[in-house]
Write a protein that binds this ligand. Structure first.
Ligand SMILES: [Zn+2]
Length: 349
């Protein structure tokens, strides 16, 4: 029996042009043959298979070597992957599950009624609370793939530097949010000096290299603590629900979400978190820093620096667009730090 060949384009992440490849699943490896006859092999355990969508090519994400966009023979590929024991992601499995679709509809109606009553932010919080963690993780993983494909580049910081910061972050997280799942990834943008940190659903915290140009190590731990506050309160998912509207939110959780996801995520990163969310994340950060014996002032100082840059140049640092900074926020952090309290006169005994 002959079947149509499985073919696609390999984007290796180094050059913009794609290389045509013929693909085959051979036991537990993915085998690719390039146009010039060169053969490449990857263990399937190192290949992330993106969700299969009806009208979109299927993406195979390779560990450090970019992605293969499968353009022909996706049906045969799916059969071969299943035969090799590669499972579909939970979103695909849920989509196939009629029960999940009915549950989605019920959730949609319930949340709609609640939104009418209590307003969208409250509805978004309730909706976020009802998203199973594995679905949130899956949304986050898809977003991370998109972000890595579209606008993020691998970090250029020395591995020892990020490792030592990650150790400090882990100490704070163990103290302030034991059992909370998070993962820090260091990246840079095309603008090498872009300063930002943001959180994806499911607990991925993206820290940009540019932060280390302006923030002291204690301030970096402060920024991490603030992001961990967004993770603990599931702010990104809540904000996505608010931006997409509740109907769109249910689509994100249960539907063919790839395109919507990218748009909504871009909107969240553009509109940033709400003032209330920033306050919540700051309050979490202040408590977490103090519990870990790390000063709060450097975080306040970093925010003040960001704000001053905006005032001077009229050009908004990315950090501010994602995390709106106000004098009120800086004051609140300084009060928490105890530095503002020191100007208060002490009553004589
Ligand atoms: Zn924030």
């Amino acid at each position: 029996m002959t079947t149509a060949p499985i073919t696609g384009t390999w984007f290796d992440g180094r050059s913009a042009a794609g290389n045509p490849v013929a693909l085959a699943i051979d036991g537990t490896t993915l085998a690719a043959t390039l146009a010039d006859g060169e053969a490449r092999r990857w263990a399937l355990r190192d290949v992330t298979v993106a969700e299969g969508f009806e009208h979109a090519p299927r993406m195979l994400r390779l560990d450090d070597e970019g992605v293969i966009e499968v353009t022909a023979g996706t049906g045969d590929l799916a059969v071969a992957l299943r035969a090799a024991g590669v499972q579909d992601g939970p979103v695909v499995r849920m989509q196939r599950h009629r029960y999940a679709a009915v549950l989605g509809l019920v959730l949609c109606i319930a949340v709609g009624i609640f939104a009418y009553d209590a307003g969208l932010p409250a509805a978004a919080r309730v909706a976020a609370e009802h998203v199973p963690p594995e679905v949130e993780q899956r949304i986050g993983a898809q977003l991370r793939d998109h972000a890595d494909d579209m606008f993020l580049k691998p970090s250029r910081l020395p591995a020892e530097r990020t490792a030592s910061l990650d150790r400090r972050f882990a100490q704070l997280a163990a103290q302030a949010a034991p059992g909370v799942t998070y993962q820090v990834v260091w990246r840079r943008m095309y603008d090498l000096h872009a300063i930002n940190a943001f959180t994806l659903p499911g607990g991925t915290i993206v820290m940009l290299d540019g932060l280390t140009d302006v923030a002291s190590d204690d301030a970096l731990v402060g920024v991490f603590a603030h992001e961990l506050g967004h993770v603990v309160h599931r702010h990104t998912l809540r904000q996505m629900f608010q931006v997409a509207g509740i109907g769109g939110a249910v689509g994100l959780v249960f539907g063919d979400a790839s395109a919507t996801l990218t748009t909504v995520a871009a909107m969240v990163l553009t509109v940033g978190y709400s003032r209330d969310m920033e306050r919540e994340a700051d309050a979490f950060a202040a408590t977490a820093l103090k519990a870990s014996g790390i000063p709060v002032e450097p975080l306040a100082e970093f925010l003040a620096t960001m704000q001053a840059r905006e005032d001077e140049r009229g050009q908004v640092p990315q950090f501010l667009s994602t995390h709106p900074v106000s004098s009120e926020r800086i004051d609140a952090l300084r009060r928490a730090a105890g530095t503002a309290a020191s100007v208060r006169p002490v009553a004589p005994p």
